[in-house]
Design a protein around this ligand. Structure first.
Ligand code: ZN
Length: 263
């Protein structure tokens, strides 16, 4: 069985040392790796995961460059890094072109950490540029464990953006929208929008996970863990235990991600 985890985090070694304790404290969660690429690779070996998509988040405009440079150094058959563009960057479209030129597959955005509203028209030039350069957008969607429950990236807003930009290759995280799964059913289920499972298995009851996954088009489902915020092996074992057809599991674990990422 081949497995791609489309949602993980890691940091440059010197950053990881500070970032992990800081983030653990912010969200009151425990990390399952030390935040380095080495520790992620060890976790992948333990779990039997052959490729991880590594998401970075630019919390300032100036972090675009350093994240891009680091991403280029970690890219390998095992590690697929996503860049990150800050919404206050005066030229988000040019940054998207740089991401493409660097050979990366796409970008990660996080509306809470980057302080933007998903359907704000000021983001549209970026969405347009991502489409133009054939880049993936993996966005944190739904509420965030470390923030107040402001509706800045909820299923209704996601659906509005997808209606306006049907060619945007958006991956929603946390099975559509974290802890807003009734709204996921209302606005996203059955539509051509990717969903990955990170930080959902063990939080949303299995019955609900299964009913969402079995209702959504199976070509648009992906497996993700949010490692280090969940344990990759635990999440994979949990996923494999779900009563879903093997054919859907195989698509979610490997085939869909391989196609989407062009691996
Ligand atoms: Zn994450």
């Amino acid at each position: 069985m081949r497995v791609i985890d489309v949602h993980t985090h890691a940091f440059p070694d010197a950053v990881a040392e500070k970032a992990i304790p800081f983030l653990e404290n912010e969200a009151d969660v425990k990390a399952y790796t030390d935040g380095t690429i080495g520790s992620l690779l060890a976790s992948m070996d333990r779990a039997g995961i052959e490729t991880s998509v590594v998401c970075s988040i630019a919390t300032k405009v100036s972090q675009f460059g350093p994240i891009l440079e680091w991403s280029k150094t970690i890219a390998s058959p095992s590690i697929v890094p996503l860049a990150s563009i800050h919404p206050e960057d005066p030229d988000m479209s040019a940054r998207a072109a740089e991401v493409k030129a660097a050979g990366l597959k796409g970008v990660k955005l996080h509306p809470y950490y980057q302080n933007f509203i998903f359907n704000d028209p000021r983001m549209f030039p970026l969405y347009r540029a991502l489409i133009e350069h054939d880049l993936i957008l993996l966005c944190h969607t739904g509420f965030d464990i470390a923030y107040p429950r402001d509706r800045i990236v909820d299923p209704e807003k996601i659906a509005a953006v997808m209606e306006r930009f049907p060619h945007l290759r958006l991956i929603t995280s946390h099975t559509g929208a974290w802890e807003d799964w009734d709204e996921v059913r209302k606005h996203l289920l059955g539509k051509e929008v990717f969903m990955e499972t990170s930080y959902t298995l063990g939080i949303l009851p299995d019955n609900d996970v299964v009913s969402i996954l079995q209702t959504h088009p199976s070509d648009y489902l992906l497996f993700g863990t949010d490692c280090p915020w969940d344990d990759q092996k635990r999440a994979l074992d949990h996923f494999l235990s779900l009563p879903i057809e093997d054919e859907i599991k195989e698509k979610m674990l490997f085939t869909n991600a391989k196609r989407l990422l062009g691996l």
